[in-house]
Design a protein around this ligand. Sequence first.
Ligand code: ADP
Ligand code: MG
Length: 310
Amino acid sequence: MESIQSSLKKWMRENKNFKGHFIKIKQQLMASPEVAALKKQHPSLDDEAIERQLMKIYEYHSQSKRCEKCPSLSECINVLPGHVPHINVEGSHVHIAYDKCPRKLREDQQRKQQSLVKSLYMPKEILEASLDRVDLEEEKRSEAIERMVAYLENIKDELPAKGLYFHGPFGVGKTYFLGAVANRLSEKNIASMIIYMPEFVREMKSSIKDDSLNSKIEAFKSVPVLMLDDIGAESQSAWFRDEVLGSILQYRMMERLPVFFTSNYSLKELQEVFTTSTRGDVELVKASRIIERVRQVSEVVPLYGKNRRH
Ligand code: ADP
Ligand code: MG
């Protein structure tokens, strides 16, 4: 790489005994099995050509290519961590290129997948949730688990247009399920966004001040999978219900984009929660419109079981 070449040049400039070192390096290189193999493989690479390109060959020689012996990416000894040199010979010309090592490739892939799950105000344990760790034996949750697995298996070129609406008592693992689905989706390279509803309302209210409201609403509209955690637990406001939630759900319904929910409420109960005031019929109509949207973008799955909070 450039950095090695230039540091080598610098070293040569500064080093008074350069010639001695040069000869020593050359001798070492010429005697190394690696260079011998290279010469054998490329007969066009004679001693003169090697001498002319000694720095490149030295660079190649000095870098580790034995990734299988490497304990971890952070302990990579190469100048460009996570990269392995390989040498190409064209006629008598030597080229060195660097490729990502297997560990680096794996890490990049993992990082990419993690970045596919966007979350706001979600605890770490939920973001680390995995379907593999879901207790499959527990009978009461089996329907919910089956529905989750069926959803994930139904993903073909397109996502199923309806997500799932998990409702049930506190602590049975509803939110955990969202995290598990989000992580499984990311393995399939599908981006999702999870948000905790009480914070969602606060976030949106504070976005009015800094003009970021519309761009945030756009993000919630367009993300491939949206997950709203604990709907009904937010402080109620007709503005949030109609202008924010209503508009996001309306858009997603038309575009056939799925939404997942968790709630302590059934849809019938949620409708009551959304009837924010006693202004009579108008409120009732607006609340039932929201419930209708929820129904259009998700399928209801009750979830029971023991309280897992300790
Ligand atoms: P809910 O959203 O239904 O109130 P949570 O999803 O927050 O419940 O789960 C309650 C607690 O139990 C959390 O600490 C969560 O991490 C844990 N939990 C839930 N389901 C599982 C699971 N299948 N495996 C391990 N921990 C779980
Ligand atoms: Mg929860």
